[in-house]
Design a protein around this ligand. Structure first.
Ligand SMILES: Nc1ncnc2c1ncn2[C@@H]1O[C@H](COP(=O)(O)OP(=O)(O)OP(=O)(O)O)[C@@H](O)[C@H]1O
Length: 517
């Protein structure tokens, strides 16, 4: 393999030569870094929270919202964010904070369709927890109380790292139904998606992280499916991502145990969806007991037909659609418009947006299959989607590793990965061609061992700058070859401080006479 030895002669050519070196080396660095990033993600390395993260509130206050049902659902854009539950609306009166001897109740951290969620301290175990209290307007209704406790029981029964642990449930000292659960300190996926749209963080890296979250949601739902449980309300606001990357699927309030707790919904005939007036449709829907969130809902669920694990598969497809395109499958300026689209399975717009996204075709195709109008055309269950995501990530990792090896070996340059503690971790074959040492000799001694004594100080300075997080360091130094001669190298390096490593590319810039040109 050729070794890059520039033999430029005139000053103009020398400048041009340096520019080429810089351009080549930084392009190579960029490619290798991208490959390494994919490898890190595929290995499921969870980055430590950034400074950005630590400065945010620990709890996602942005998802506190008023969940209104009946009247407001008809004329607001509620369908984009709210759940449409088969129970009645919340009253306007403020709810007194529940009193429970065991817990010291703190700030309200969220409000859902059925309850208020508080930060609390468990005096018995001396730990912080979240406490959900049934909304006051439902407290007198036996059906609502039963539904609320069913949510607690279902969540407690499903024991999985992706589902919050429920610690306790009961009636507060002042008569309010409540349950206590693990406090998730993090943000909802809807907040993360909003951030990625708002900022320049809509990068390949960011999308890969979101796909990682999606894969974990699939695994959690797969576990629920293996326990005959369907969630039926999968959407970004029901996924919480903790400060250390843990992913929780929240809000099992609408879930059903297949065969045990069927939904007694009243099917809506296609003619009703298409032809009747908005008012008549509202009246039918109020009595239909259909559950879910129309923007993310499978057609059979929206029409009140038989639901199955494949209805959740559609919900996962809807989640993936929002990750890839920034928007859910169905949108509209009124609840009823969104509902009609969901009931008809009007997915053309979603498919077009998916096709236009710059995501990998394999992932786009998976999203479209999950969103198939006919449930039998969808993957069989969440486990099947999790398998496909895993296969995709593994093949991405293999590709990235292959790319990295290729960059290493086809490079005309000396290409290495070094750790900030002063050792090469990996060098390409050009090192031994230029310097004459074996790879083993190069990686087993500190790299300063090979550097000319007069260049050690400035080499240390460059490494120090990289360790301090400076992005690219360019410098020159002399390396001693196995015959005791020194070769001038021009370096371009970039550090990945969180992994304690440096990528570096060097070119030999010996000029006749042994001086750098
Ligand atoms: N265990 C928890 N730890 C931290 N925050 C929580 C926890 N449970 C819920 N929350 C917060 O409270 C909010 C309301 O949660 P809840 O489950 O009542 O309803 P929701 O899923 O947001 O809404 P809906 O029931 O209308 O779909 C959540 O969006 C979340 O921000």
């Amino acid at each position: 393999m050729a070794i890059a030895t520039m033999s430029v002669t005139t000053p103009t050519q020398r400048v041009w030569g340096r520019q080429i070196i810089q351009r080549c080396t930084s392009a190579l660095l960029k490619k290798s870094l991208r490959a390494m990033t994919l490898i890190r993600l595929s290995r499921n390395v969870t980055p430590a929270p950034s400074h950005d993260d630590s400065e945010r509130p620990m709890i996602d206050h942005s998802s506190v919202r008023t969940a209104s049902i009946s009247k407001e659902r008809a004329d607001s854009n509620w369908a984009d964010s709210g759940s449409w539950k088969d129970f009645d609306h919340d009253g306007p009166l403020p709810q007194p904070v529940a009193r429970i001897q065991r817990y010291r109740i703190g700030d309200q951290i969220g409000k859902g369709g059925m309850g208020l969620v508080y930060h609390a301290h468990d005096n018995v175990f001396d730990r912080d927890v979240a406490i959900k209290v049934l909304l006051k307007s439902y407290q007198s209704r036996e059906e609502s109380r039963e539904r609320f406790f069913r949510e607690a029981r279902t969540t407690a029964r499903l024991q999985h790292p992706g589902i919050v642990a429920v610690y306790d449930m009961g009636i507060s000292d002042d008569g309010q139904p409540f349950f206590a659960m693990k406090l998730v300190e993090g943000r909802t996926l809807s907040t993360l998606l909003r951030e990625s749209l708002d900022s320049e963080r809509q990068t390949q890296l960011h999308q890969a992280r979101l796909l990682d979250v999606f894969a974990r949601v699939c695994q959690t739902i797969a576990y629920a499916h293996s326990n005959q449980t369907v969630h039926l309300d999968i959407k970004p606001s029901n996924v919480m991502v903790g400060a250390y990357g843990e992913v929780h699927v929240m809000d099992w309030g609408l879930s059903r145990q297949l065969g045990k707790s069927p939904i007694q919904s009243v099917p809506i005939p296609p003619a009703a969806v298409d032809c009747i007036s908005d008012e008549a449709l509202s009246a039918i829907l109020s009595n239909s007991k259909i559950i879910g969130t129309p923007s993310y809902m499978a057609p059979e669920q929206a029409r009140g037909h038989h639901i199955s694990v494949r209805s959740d598969v559609f919900g996962l497809g809807a989640l993936l659609c929002e990750i890839l395109t920034g928007r859910p499958p169905y949108e509209g300026d009124s609840f009823r418009r969104v509902y009609r689209r969901a009931a008809r399975g009007a997915l053309r717009d979603a498919y077009q947006r998916l096709d236009a996204s710059d995501s990998d075709p394999a992932i786009i195709s998976l999203a479209k299959r999950c969103l198939a109008r006919n449930e039998h055309d969808r993957p069989a269950d969440a486990g099947a989607i999790a398998d496909q995501i895993t296969a995709f990530r593994e093949s991405s990792m293999e590709r990235a590793q292959r790319d990295l090896c290729r960059f290493f070996e086809i490079s005309m340059d000396l290409f290495c990965i070094a750790s900030l503690d002063g050792y090469f971790k990996r060098v390409n074959s050009n090192f031994s061609r230029v310097l004459g040492y074996s790879d083993h000799e190069l990686v087993s001694k500190p790299f300063l061992h090979f550097v000319h004594p007069d260049d050690i100080t400035q080499t240390r300075k460059a490494i120090g700058a990289l360790a301090d997080g400076e992005s690219i360091a360019e410098f020159r130094n002399r390396y001693r070859d196995c015959d005791g001669h020194y070769r001038w190298l021009q370096w371009n390096a970039k550090s990945i401080p969180e992994d304690n490593i440096v990528f570096a590319v060097a070119r030999v810039i010996d000029a006749p006479g042994g001086q750098p040109d």
